[in-house]
Design a protein around this ligand. Structure first.
Ligand code: SAH
Ligand code: AVI
Length: 323
């Protein structure tokens, strides 16, 4: 890195720290208290998410992998020559690798993620494993504006948003994200997106409250991160993981519940908790093919293909943006 790049990187980090402190203080000052799920993903959080994907109860990753395995060739047929694939929330890049193997037409790959360590590690490994591919990682919050690297400018673009990460947005934010992605990817682009489908509440509840307690550790890691980075005093033993399917709103809700009345210091401020009071840390919305299709059409995209696993738990959809 040049001196100039180092200074710019430090400023970006200072800015991210300030935004984290601001969002946490604002979220804990609200009624009800809430925190954004994008803050789950520090280095430990990303590792815990990877452990979640291996759990017997957590079906989304297994289902989506099986769909991609079966239909990689169908997806590859939608990809134009010399394309750039931009992945939103790339994490372990395991699913991108399946598309890269099936579609040599992809000559540039732009993983975008907020979790810097995992992003850089994956980018290094991809460069080693796909030596002819231009790998251009972008550390960014994809809910805001960010610049695409130069390698993408002259290439046709393919968006990839697997994992049902769009389900972590509120529906109006999901629609806004789709509109933003349409303008960023441009006319003629395709978006391959993973959607978790509405299903039996028992299956959903188990997926987000696993017997081994990994999802609980993932949820509680947010408080550990706040302690470490914002000089806070959360006692992790006195908060407990809660996850349940809200049938009416078609979403899993995750919360951290205070086991007692207590006061917590965060970034120089005090926050009081009643016994049983929760911090709402995540929603994971579930869609039907129809409800997602309607949202996509209202946000500049036309569904052109949809694939499902054999149980009908998960859907991978191809959306086209005309203009
Ligand atoms: N695509 C992978 C990972 C899904 S987990 C898969 O399908 O398994 C969600 C990923 O999105 C994580 O890697 C997390 O760091 C990233 N992420 C979450 N919110 C983000 C945001 N606002 N901006 C950028 N990346 C985000
Ligand atoms: C990343 N995202 C799609 C996951 C989900 O299923 O909503 C995050 C997660 N939260 C708890 N378990 C997994």
């Amino acid at each position: 890195m040049t001196m100039h790049a180092q200074t710019a990187h430090r400023h970006a980090l200072d800015f991210a720290d300030a935004a984290f402190a601001h969002d946490v203080v604002a979220g804990l000052s609200g009624k009800p208290k809430r925190l954004s799920p994008k803050y789950f993903y520090d280095e430990t959080g990303s590792q815990l998410f990877e452990q979640i994907t291996q759990l017997p109860e957590y079906y989304p990753t297994r289902c989506e992998l099986s769909i991609l395995q079966r239909h990689a060739a169908d997806i590859a047929r939608l990809i134009p020559a010399d394309a750039a694939m931009i992945e939103f929330g790339s994490g372990s890049t395991r699913k991108a690798r399946m598309l890269l193997e099936a579609a040599p037409a992809i000559t540039a790959y732009v993983p975008v993620d907020i979790s810097s360590e995992m992003l850089m590690q994956e980018a290094r490994e991809l460069k080693r494993d796909f030596p002819r591919l231009a790998v251009c990682p972008v550390e960014a919050d994809f809910t805001g504006p960010f610049r695409l690297p130069r390698a993408v400018a002259s290439r046709p673009r393919l968006g990839f948003f697997p994992g049902s990460t769009i389900g972590n947005f509120e529906p109006h934010d999901a629609a806004a994200f789709l509109r933003h992605a349409a303008s960023m990817l441009g006319g003629g682009s395709t978006l391959i997106i993973g959607i978790d489908l509405v299903k039996d509440a028992k299956v959903l509840n188990a997926a987000y409250d696993d017997a081994a307690g990994v999802t609980a550790r993932f949820n509680l890691n947010l408080l550990a991160r706040i302690n470490r980075e914002l000089n806070a005093s959360f006692d992790l033993e006195s908060f407990s993981h809660q996850a349940f399917y809200n049938t009416e709103r078609r979403r899993i809700e995750m919360h951290l519940a205070s086991c007692k009345r207590q006061r917590v210091r965060v970034a120089g401020r005090s926050f009081d908790f009643r016994a049983g009071e929760t911090i709402h840390t995540e929603n994971s919305y579930k869609y039907t093919r129809e409800s997602f299709g309607a949202m996509a059409r209202g946000s500049g995209w036309t569904p052109v293909a949809a694939w499902s696993d054999l149980q009908g738990y998960f859907s991978v959809q191809a959306l086209a943006h005309q203009d």
